[in-house]
Design a protein around this ligand. Structure first.
Ligand code: AMP
Ligand code: MG
Length: 408
């Protein structure tokens, strides 16, 4: 029988994350159509295919003219709609009506907005001086053809997709999406909707982890559930090890029914660490087999959540080639004092209150690792770093927003 360490030497949260990321080998890249690229990671700089704006264009509905001819009354010699350029120069003393986004004709150097003129049909009265360049968007003023619009390593958020579309980029190179298998262990687990017998509980981690994984741009199948017997564990974990990432929940502690670590060892996985100096979520294991990463998350639902956002989600992003896989911590101030633990980092559920004076974090009552229902009210995980004594009200701390828990 394969053995695993029975006493955890706890790693700090920072060291544990560093160890995880050291073992990530980014997956190969693949071409992706822009329309399919949302929430993917770009792995090669994307450059503009065209100048943006593509041509000298008008920022307003109004009249294109020469600034030097203002103020004055000018003949309107053409009307330019967006997408319909006129093939004629604007000569001295002339005006052309133009729409927002219309091609500013050669010869014109300003556009006077419609609100500032009197349109008399054949002529337009411009009562004030227009400065040269007014309301004219120069060609290439946003980006020039060939320049980088989005760099390698960036997450393709909606605003970056818009930038790429505007710059004429139709295909991209993205990191392949990791395939993730999820296995929830526990004989006591039943699916929501089923009838509970004595000692049974509803399974929640599989669903939560699948949502986190999908939000991290990875591909996930339906979570599996296994009872606490060696045969079921072995079959499910062997299947899971075929994925790029295997995530287990429960069974990773030291009880007689905690079979995950032994089973993984028997299947040839090498444990990188077990035990992180944090609360909740201490008995977390991380292993590898070949290029497959294995996260053994504790079964208590809040522990599973914390372990997943601190280690699993960053690993999934790193596998896809992101430049910044670390959890996206923000900072705020504690609403009330908080005790620190000498040797463990604490991740407490809290409300985010936005005040005129910045973000205030109000830690919720009920911080035990099984209290997932109370966690529903939380907006954030607040990091109370290990140390002596208490942090005063108003102390600046880091927090992770739970609505952005997938790091998007
Ligand atoms: P374990 O880590 O297996 O010792 O489980 C710790 C606690 O979490 C126990 O009370 C389990 O019943 C509970 N638990 C384990 N897995 C899940 C799960 N998938 N969903 C909800 N609770 C779980
Ligand atoms: Mg269990």
């Amino acid at each position: 029988m394969c053995t695993v360490r029975a006493v955890a030497e706890l790693l700090t949260v920072e060291d544990a994350l560093a160890r995880v990321l050291e073992h990530v080998r980014p997956l190969p890249s693949e071409p992706v159509e822009l329309a399919d690229a949302a929430n993917r990671v770009l792995v090669e700089d994307a450059r503009a295919a065209v100048d943006l704006p593509r041509f000298t264009s008008s920022a307003m509905d109004g009249f294109a003219l020469r600034a030097a001819d203002t103020p004055g009354t000018l003949p309107v010699v053409a009307r330019v709609a967006a997408g319909r350029p006129v093939d004629r120069r604007l000569e001295a003393g002339e005006a052309m009506a133009i729409s927002t986004g219309g091609v500013v004709p050669d010869g014109a150097d300003a556009v006077v907005p419609i609100e500032l003129v009197r349109d008399e049909g054949d002529t337009v009265v411009v009562p004030k001086v227009a400065p040269p360049g007014a309301n004219v968007r120069p060609r290439g003023g946003d980006v020039r053809e060939g320049e980088v619009v989005v760099p390698a390593g960036a997450l393709l958020t909606p605003h970056r997709l818009a930038a790429l579309a505007s710059a004429g980029v139709a295909r991209l190179l993205c990191g392949r999406r990791p395939r993730v298998a999820i296995v929830s262990t526990g004989t006591e687990l039943r699916r929501p909707g089923e009838t509970l017998r004595d000692g049974e509980i509803y399974e929640s981690n599989g669903l939560m982890l699948a949502a986190l994984v999908a939000g991290s741009g990875a591909l996930v199948g339906a979570p599996e559930q296994v009872e606490d017997d060696a045969g079921s564990h072995e079959a499910a974990l062997a299947r899971g090890l075929e994925a790029d990432v295997l995530v287990t929940s429960g069974g990773v502690s030291v009880g007689p029914h905690d079979l995950v670590r032994h089973t993984l060892a028997g299947l040839g996985a090498t444990e990188v660490f077990w035990g992180v100096a944090m609360r909740p979520g201490k008995p977390l294991s991380f292993a590898t087999r070949g290029d497959t990463l294995v996260f053994g998350l504790p079964g208590n639902p809040v522990s599973s959540l914390v372990g997943a956002v601190l280690f699993l989600v960053p690993a999934l992003r790193a596998l896809q080639g992101t430049a910044h896989p670390e959890p996206p911590f923000e900072t705020g101030r504690l609403a009330a004092p908080a005790m620190r633990r000498a040797s463990r980092d604490d991740f407490q559920r809290a409300l985010v209150e936005r005040t005129g004076d910045g973000v205030r974090l109000r830690v919720l009552a009920g911080q035990e690792s099984h209290m997932i229902a109370r966690t529903a009210a939380a907006d954030a995980l607040v990091h109370i770093p290990r140390g002596e004594g208490e942090l005063a009200a108003g102390a600046v701390v880091r927090y992770l927003a739970l609505d952005g828990a997938a790091g998007a």
